[in-house]
Design a protein around this ligand. Sequence first.
Ligand code: FES
Length: 127
Amino acid sequence: MPQGPYSDTVIDHFENPRNMGEIEEADGVAEVGNPTCGDVTKLYLKIEGDRIVDVKFKTFGCAAAIASSSMTTELIKGKTLDEAMKLTNETVTEHLGGLPPAKHHCSVMAEDALRAAIEDYRKKQGK
Ligand code: FES
């Protein structure tokens, strides 16, 4: 059992974030911040057809926020936009092996960034 508030998976994704960085000329981009803690996540999507072919993120935030963003990118890569829209922060948290209640909002920030990036893409497409 992990010591401290975070699961081994959270610590792994915090220490080795997947898909960290940015995509130049991304098809959908969103930046979402939490005014209470001041953490910010930026998500970049590369979309071909209706599918997310690449995704990168930058998070200036706590370990849970970085791990949630990292897990989100892993779960949506290769998915269609509709499938990605259905991803919830509960699913991300489950895949992370849970988060302490005080860190719930960190996974919500990742979900909000994902939805906003897809909406940004759809707006640019005029949909
Ligand atoms: Fe605010 Fe984690 S403490 S995102």
